[in-house]
Design a protein around this ligand. Structure first.
Ligand code: MG
Length: 580
């Protein structure tokens, strides 16, 4: 018979053993904050050109100071357009905005959706939409990504816009001078009707002015220490990447005067010597399509020289505009030999990959916070997994004879999952702001949750990262922790039939399984494969198709058709290009 103390010893040993196994399994991995995560295999030694965006990539802006500055300046522009002075009372809540939300201009709702447009959470102003409201607004809890209805708030520059939109809808809905219209598409004051769409359009106009009139950028240049993170790893990283003969280039939408100010602060007066090619005012995503005139910049005056630059691109020179085609011809480089590093899912990553076949590295600064919650609140994720496993167990032995009692038990578990999901979403925000009560669960309305997930479901933003980013990390400087010959390997992705059937499961034998066994035996007689890796190898010389102007690199062009018009319109304050 085992004594209680012996049981404790045995139990402790088992726990320790599990911990040891876990440690052994993960001991080869780097510190999470220094890691680069892999969506598709990428061999660093095959990259000949490392390209960098500047804003929010090489130059990271200090949060929340930078967002608050954008928030206040945009509000001032809107007041100057005739919006109420009360807008000055709006405050930027750092815990409120999360990237990737959709703003439905028809009904004025902020929506968190999954990769298919299914609605996960909805807010009207700061008020969380109740399930029946979502049903009324959006039958099937689904919304199409329609260009003239939905604005995707995908960029870091749009965090302040997200906050202003919620403030504006909340303000006009709460102000007794304004009455919501019966069709719920806006508010009315006497004869004046303001649709939510017109409010969003005015906000876009104000944001464009802030980004383009130069005042905001001059203010940043005058206060660099306040707004820009000076990362000492910038020189070592750029030197490291060029160590084996690879080249580096800067490709930014910012104008020369602004780029020069930021890069001098980060690197020094000789910043151009750290890049083989420097391109400013690129006008991405247009740069990856038809582009504009390629001109050399007169660094003494900051203005572009007349005429079109046609010769080879030279070190220490700065160019403006141009196009991917001109760049490819001048540098004699194939798309897959370029790794472009940027923070803009559409302007940097989606376009360069889909239109040009570049390899892509997406910078997602929020990752550090996301990983902190993932690790510190792991108990919630384990609870969720246990609840889902429990439902699986209940379903396992049910068939057509199951009664209402069984269904009720399952419904209870579903509600428990929703509760944990809400708790998980809260964990990604900070306690405070607005409450909602009166429903089954109480949670903070201002906390929309994670950038990547809502409970066990992933978001629209996450689906874009999975689809278009070969690798991603919280900072481009994480590359410094890897050798230049590193092989980034994507983790094996399992299909549902693989992830839910254990290897040790005993399958009932059937005729087809006997046939499969025969095939397996035949396969085993073949020479052993030296590698299980399924990297797409291609060392062929440049094909005619690759050198053809504008040749798409993938076949699923329907996806870009669906996303292009939308992202192009709002990810870009100018309406034609991304802000950085
Ligand atoms: Mg950028």
């Amino acid at each position: 018979m085992t004594t209680p103390s012996a049981e404790c010893v045995e139990e402790k040993t088992a726990v320790e053993k599990t911990a040891d196994d876990h440690t052994a399994k993960h001991s080869y991995k780097r510190d999470p904050s220094q890691r680069v995560f892999v969506g598709r295999n990428l061999r660093m030694e095959k990259i000949r050109f490392f390209g960098f965006d500047m804003d929010y990539t090489l130059a990271h802006y200090k949060s929340p100071d930078y967002e608050i500055m954008l928030f206040n300046r945009t509000i001032e522009k809107m007041i100057s357009m005739g919006y109420p002075e009360d807008m000055r009372k709006f405050t930027y809540d750092i815990n409120f905005p999360v990237r990737g939300l959709w703003f439905d201009q028809l009904y004025g709702n902020l929506l968190k959706v999954d990769g298919f447009g299914n609605i996960l959470t909805g807010l009207h102003g700061f008020r969380v939409l109740k399930p029946h409201e979502i049903d009324e607004f959006y039958p099937n809890k689904f919304l199409h990504l329609i260009h003239n209805r939905v604005i995707v708030l995908n960029t870091l520059f749009q965090l302040s816009d997200t906050c202003i939109l919620a403030n504006l809808v909340h303000y006009f809905d709460s102000d007794p001078n304004y009455k919501p219209t019966v069709d719920k598409t806006g508010v009315r004051q006497g004869d004046v009707f303001m649709s939510y769409k017109s409010i969003a359009q005015d906000l876009q106009a104000a944001t464009n002015t802030v980004h383009n009139d130069g005042e905001m950028k001059r203010h940043v240049l005058e206060n660099l220490e306040k707004y820009v993170v000076k990362d000492e790893r910038i020189k070592p990283l750029l030197n490291l990447l060029r160590k084996n003969g690879s080249r580096t280039f800067l490709l930014t939408n910012s104008e020369y005067y602004y780029t020069n100010g930021i890069m001098r602060y980060l690197i020094g007066e000789d910043w151009t010597s750290y890049f083989d090619i420097s391109v400013v005012d690129a006008k991405k995503p247009q740069w990856f399509a038809e582009g504009t005139v390629f001109r050399q910049v007169d660094v003494a005056t900051g203005s572009s020289k007349i005429g079109v630059h046609t010769g080879p691109l030279q070190n220490n020179q700065v160019y403006a505009g141009g196009s991917c085609d001109a760049f490819r011809v001048m540098c004699k480089v194939r798309g897959k030999e370029v790794l472009y590093i940027g923070d803009h899912i559409f302007g940097d990553v989606l376009r360069s990959k889909k239109a040009r076949g570049w390899r892509t590295f997406l910078v997602v600064p929020e990752l550090e916070h996301e990983l902190t919650i993932w690790t510190e609140r792991h108990g919630l994720f384990e609870q969720l997994a246990a609840l889902e496993a429990n439902i699986g167990k209940m379903y396992k032995n049910l068939d057509g004879t199951a009664d209402n009692k069984c269904q009720s038990m399952i419904n209870d578990s579903v509600m428990a999952i929703r509760k944990v999901t809400h708790e998980m979403d809260q964990a990604y925000g900070k306690i405070g702001s607005l409450f909602r009560s009166g429903s089954r669960t109480t949670f903070f309305a201002s906390q929309i949750g994670s950038l990547f997930r809502s409970g066990s479901r992933t978001t629209f933003f996450a689906s874009q990262v999975e689809r278009y980013a070969d690798i991603y990390a919280s900072s481009c400087y994480n590359l410094i922790y890897y050798p230049v010959f590193y092989f980034f390997r994507a983790p094996m992705m399992l299909m549902p039939h693989e992830s839910t059937v254990d290897h040790c499961t005993l399958m009932k034998k059937s005729k087809s399984s006997k046939r499969n066994h025969a095939k397996a035996a035949e396969a085993n007689s073949l020479p052993t494969q030296t590698s299980f890796c399924h990297e797409e190898e291609d060392d062929d010389p440049v094909s005619e198709e690759e050198t053809r102007v504008g040749s798409p690199s993938t076949s699923d062009s329907e996806a870009i058709t669906a996303i292009t018009p939308l992202d192009k319109s709002f990810s870009d304050p100018t309406g034609t290009q991304s802000p950085a």
